[in-house]
Design a protein around this ligand. Structure first.
Ligand code: ADP
Length: 263
């Protein structure tokens, strides 16, 4: 059984097409990087899998299940920039919210076991000392780590993250990647990222989308795939990233020709 099966998925926002006839299977315990240009449909793909937006056609199976409850098996780390950081709630309470299930009693209270478990997840992301802080006082990197702890709180077999290392400090970034690597021993991970370092050293397979599926396979990108993906010549200089990602290109030629835009 695959963790996620996407078959002929098409999604539009009114007249705006976002995804066109995407098919992809993600195996259990895979670590998949989703790449593509801004507006290419990466977030839409995650939201469609999560059932947050209606799909025009196609089918999505999560752990073999097409029913709505299948999404309970997913921990989701949304894009940091879309979050309301002023909500009056402590770090611990935010992580506890990740344990909530539908149909709660109105007088529900979190048990001490739940609080202990939430503290364990905060420890994993090195935030236990900040558990009583309001989330509004966290730095960008701390906030992102809190979101990760919240996504882990229900111990889901599948974790989906939308650019978790955008706008975070290098220490948080390293911590997040190290943790994802460890979590991948027991969980399937789907990571939307522009970060070639992650693509190079963490992910096992990549999915490249620009409305349609451009590439799904080993994390090795040819110049042709990159051109099709980004619809324009881009700089293939990888800033000391090991060359597992990019195949067969002449760095000197690329840097001379295309100093405008970074991949
Ligand atoms: P990415 O995550 O790759 O940057 P998105 O999935 O956010 O791309 O967007 C894909 C396309 O759908 C873009 O053209 C974007 O403008 C459009 N889009 C995304 N969200 C909405 C929305 N809520 N309403 C209308 N159009 C949207």
């Amino acid at each position: 059984m695959n963790a996620v099966e996407i078959k002929n998925l098409t999604v539009s926002y009114g007249d705006t097409p976002a995804l066109n006839n995407i098919s992809a299977n993600i195996e259990q315990l895979d670590f998949v990087g989703i790449m593509g240009p801004n507006g290419g449909g990466k977030s839409t793909l995650l939201k469609a899998v999560l059932g947050l937006i209606p799909i025009k056609s196609g089918e999505i199976k999560i752990m073999g299940d097409t029913s709505k409850k299948a999404v309970n098996q997913i921990g989701y780390v949304p894009q940091f920039s879309n979050m309301d950081r002023s909500f009056p709630i402590t770090v611990l309470e935010a992580v506890l919210c990740g344990m909530l299930t539908p149909g709660l009693h109105p007088f529900f209270r979190f048990s001490s076991q739940m609080k202990e478990r939430a503290m364990e997840y905060l420890k994993m992301v090195s935030l236990e000392s900040l558990c009583k802080r309001q989330i509004s006082s966290l730095s960008g990197g701390e906030f992102q780590r809190m979101l990760l702890a919240r996504a882990l709180a229900s111990d889901p077999p599948l974790l989906m993250l939308d650019e978790p290392t955008a706008a975070v400090d290098p220490a948080s970034k390293e911590l997040i990647y190290e943790l994802l690597e460890r979590l991948n021993k027991k969980k399937t991970i789907i990571l939307v990222t522009h970060d070639l370092m992650a693509i190079s050293s963490n992910v096992k397979r990549i999915i490249c989308i620009n409305r349609g599926l451009i590439y799904h396979g080993e994390p090795k990108l040819t110049e042709d795939v990159i051109k099709e993906l980004y619809s324009s010549p881009v700089d293939l200089i990888t800033h000391e990233v090991p060359h597992r990602v990019l195949e067969g290109h002449d760095i000197r030629q690329c840097s001379e020709e295309h100093k405008k835009e970074d991949v």
